[in-house]
Design a protein around this ligand. Structure first.
Ligand code: SF4
Length: 282
């Protein structure tokens, strides 16, 4: 009797939706991050994509949310992107074809493609090939990252990235670990490397009352970033509860159920701290 190798079946449709859709356990057989070898990036795991975003870079964007993230931010609004198994396994070619359909509109709207997640650098070969395809379509490209895996983004990788949206989630190392479960050092190393290569960065700081609002903590980020000429903007993102339902649906322990969004006074104080240090803020 002849045996036939059955290929791993991947979905051919990229799930359209938005960052607030709950999607998890769509590929239950996917490996854990620590066991994942993505090969040449011909396939990857995707949460969803969103069209018409004005939030993730200049102009109107398509934002593609990739699965997998090694951080465990207390306030994460996308815990359904933490594991590869939460996403859908998609062939790269399918993504490139779809992107090609959007490209003329994105070019005329002076927008482009943003890869977010999750953490796109969990899948460096897959994300690099998507960025390279976007550049071949003449699109502006942005990488939304925590910077923890910055060393996975080679110089060649970064040649296809026009803008990095870099999240520095805290300055104080202990607070950073409490917020994310990870070490801050790789993110700071990546920020310095981007500065040395003059790669445009929009720095993002998520403001969570009682967690990341300590004045000394904000001051540390502001003083670190202010001398970096490549940092075009510092964006202060107010904490919100839009992702809380996902934690509940996924039976995860959510520590911020009683945390409020920051008041306008607190937001203004933090913006002023960045401004006083010499940063352009919004
Ligand atoms: S880095 Fe982003 S996706 Fe990962 S846990 Fe933090 S907020 Fe969530």
């Amino acid at each position: 009797m002849t045996t036939i190798d059955v290929p791993v079946v991947a979905a051919t449709e990229i799930p359209q939706g938005n960052r607030h859709d709950l999607r998890h356990d769509l590929s239950p057989d996917a490996p854990e991050l620590e066991n994942y070898s993505e090969g040449d990036g011909a396939f990857g795991y995707v949460h969803s994509y969103e069209t018409g975003s004005h939030l993730d870079g200049p102009g109107v964007r398509v934002t593609l949310f990739l699965s997998g993230c090694p951080l465990r931010c207390q306030y994460c609004h996308n815990p359904d992107t933490w594991k590869l198994k939460h996403g859908t396994r998609i062939p790269l070619e399918r993504i490139i074809t779809r992107l090609g359909h959007f490209a003329p509109a994105l070019r005329s709207l002076k927008g482009g493609l943003t890869l977010s997640g999750g953490e796109p650098l969990v899948q460096p070969a897959f994300s690099r090939r998507i960025f390279a395809a976007a550049k071949s379509f003449g699109l502006h490209t942005a990488l939304d990252t925590s910077g923890l895996l910055g060393e996975s983004a080679t110089d060649e990788y970064l040649e296809s990235v026009d803008l990095v949206l870099l999240d520095i989630k805290s300055w104080d190392p202990e607070t950073y670990r409490r917020v994310t479960s990870q070490d801050i050092a790789p993110t700071l190393r990546f920020a310095k490397r981007l500065a040395a290569m003059n790669k445009p960065v929009w720095l993002r700081y998520v403001l969570v009352p009682g967690l990341t609002d300590d004045p000394a903590n904000v001051e540390g980020v502001a003083r670190f970033v202010a001398p970096m000429k490549n940092v075009e903007w510092v964006e202060v993102l107010p904490f919100h509860q839009l992702g809380a339902f996902k934690w509940k649906a996924m039976n995860l322990e959510y520590k911020n159920s009683d945390t409020s969004s920051p008041t306008p006074d607190l937001i203004n104080r933090v913006l002023e701290q960045f401004r006083s240090a010499g940063c352009r803020v919004r």
